[in-house]
Each structure stands twice: as structure tokens, then as C-alpha cells.
Design a binder for this molecule. Sequence first.
Ligand code: IPM
Ligand code: MN
Length: 383
Amino acid sequence: VQSTRIAVTPGDGIGPEVVAEAVRCLEILRAKHGLALEWTRFPWPSHAWHEENGESWPSDALEQLKQYDAILLGALGDPGPMDDPDRYLLPDSISLAPLLDMRKGFDQWVCERPARLLDGARQYLADERAKNIDMLVIRENSEGEYVSQGGRLRQGTPDEVATQMEVFTRKATDRIIRYGFEQARRRAEERVRDGRTRSFRTLDGKTCESQVCLVTKRNALRYWGDMYTEAFEAISKEYPDVATHHELVDAACMKFVQAPWAFDVVVASNLQGDILTDLAAVLSGGMGVAPSCNLNPTDSNMPSMFEPTHGSAPDIAGQGLADPTAMLFTTARMLEWLGRKDPTLAAAGKELFDAVAADLAENAGTQRGTHEIGQAICKRLEA
Ligand code: IPM
Ligand code: MN
């Protein structure tokens, strides 16, 4: 088989530290199974690159990255030293732009953020039922509140007005909702296979193995809300085996805390999905364990991008304190995704996921450093 090629972009802050552990796991898996896998490390996008070149990445960055099958990203964003005004970047010039440029440039229209409270992960909710938290939040990743259209009028006067437009297309709406239903089915099959069945009730009293919950704010934002609802109702007819549910985003936040175990697949808009997934990350053990990925499921010439939900955490960077677990789960998901072309990679992804989950389960509540956790997982993979 032709080698699968990964662009590794460690980025800023704790990014390089957690990526180092991911690369060590990849090395072990490659040697152990003779995987046809290669990777190239890029020093950008990053603050360091910015300091040297005055921009976060080279102008042909997207063209370079497009040559790869996937991008493994650590974290972006570093303000630089606060005590050195020449090197400190004001918050609005901290360049997170490459992240959004990659999502847009490679049309990574799905952001998948699973939130499952695994054994050993920190349980923030006291309720016993929290152990059953197992949801997948699917965030629309291509448009909505992130279209970056609008502007500032009469800037510098007391009458200034800022406008920020939201754009929702029917095509992007249909595809994200359909993707949600497909994932619900896939998860149902997996649960049945693993003997972890669940049941969700439909309005007419039928019981289903899976559910999709659509999140909107249709009581206030009517145009978008109505179109999302209409698309949801139409597409749900193709999936009679999947229960449906609709929540307003404010109520969804409340229910994420009150009864998060009642959710399965959740489909949300770009910004609302962004907000809900920070909450969902905490429900499933915190930022240290929350994986994420930005996928283009429709065009195999476009690389998907895999980055944990967490940021660059400059406050703990360089100290070996960051938990690499989220990065390693994200890496496992990347291998699984790449396994669509090369099944040996999917098997390696499953192996990595199991090793990280087993490590988490065995070390509940212990204080360990970045490398210590990475090392323990490497040992498991080598065994
Ligand atoms: C995320 C982040 C980004 C987003 C920021 C850094 C632009 O919060 O990936 O969730 O809002 O999408
Ligand atoms: Mn976010």
C-alpha cells in the first residue's frame, strides 16, 4: 500500500509537549505492525514562527498541508512574554486564524467531539448516573456564526455599531444533520455489538437504540431555527430507527448538567456547538481528556485535522504538567479515520484508544506528568 502521510503541527504552549507523546505512540505502533505511515513535522503555525516571520505561517501553508492525508495539531495561540512589550502579542493579534483557515480551506465541515465519561476520568457531577454519560456532539464547522461577515460602523464615535452576520445554507444544514443520523446508527451498531445497549423513546412511544438531538434557538432566531427544524424533520424520516429530540440551546445547557446521560448524538451550529463542547468536555472528565476532530467526509483529497478540544494553556506550558490523554485519544481517532483507506491503521487506532483508556482506568486520581503518562501508555503498546 501507498504510505499514509501525516502533517504534524505541534503549535504553541503545551502543544509540542503533548504531540511529542503522540508521536512516540505512533512510532511504537508503526514498528510493531509495520504500518505504512509517515509524518513530517512543521514549525508552523506557531508563535515562534510568527516572531521570526511576522506571520503565523507561510503564505503557501494550505497548499503544503494539502499534500497530506491528515493534520495532527497540538494547540494554537500563545501571547508571548508579558514582561516584554516588544514580543508580547495583544490578544487580538494572537493568531488563531490558521485554525479557522484550515477548517475553511479544507472544507472540514464536521467537528466531532465525543464526551464519554470513561473509567478513571474525573467525575465532576456527583450523581451516580454520570457514569453513563456517552454523547457525541457534532458541531457544524463550515458556516453559521463563523462566516466572519459584518463590520464596525462609525468606529471611534459614541454611535458605533458592530454587526456580525450568521449565514446558514440548506446544503450545509442537510449534510450536518444527515451526518448526525449516520453517526447515531453507527454508534447504535457499536453498542449492540459490545453489549452496551441504551434506549431512547420517540414521541409516539416507540423505543430506539439511538437518538439525535438537534439544538437551536428557534424561539428567538426564527429564520435559522425554522430551516434547521424543517431539515431535521425531513431527514429524520429516512432514519425511522433513530429517535429524535429538539432542545433550545439554553435548555440544552441546563440538561447537559441535569441529565447528560440522556443524550446520544447532539447536532449544533458552529458557535453553539463550540460552547456546548466545552461543557461536554467537563462532563466527561475535563479538557485533559477531551478529543476533537475536524473532518471532511466528502472529499478524500482534503486532509482532515485532528486537535484536542483544549487550547495551548500557556500558563502551564513547558513544565511537563499537561495531560496528553486528550491528544492521544485524538490521535487514536485520526488513525481510525485514516483506516478508511488502510484498515491496519484503524486497528492501530483501536489499540491506541484501548491503551489510553486502560491507562486512565488504572490511574484514577493520581498526579502524573505529561511524559509519565505518555511513557505508561507506550509501555502498554510495547507489551
Ligand atoms: C475550538 C476553539 C476555536 C473555535 C477558537 C480557538 C477559534 O475554541 O476549537 O473550539 O472557536 O472554534
Ligand atoms: Mn472552543
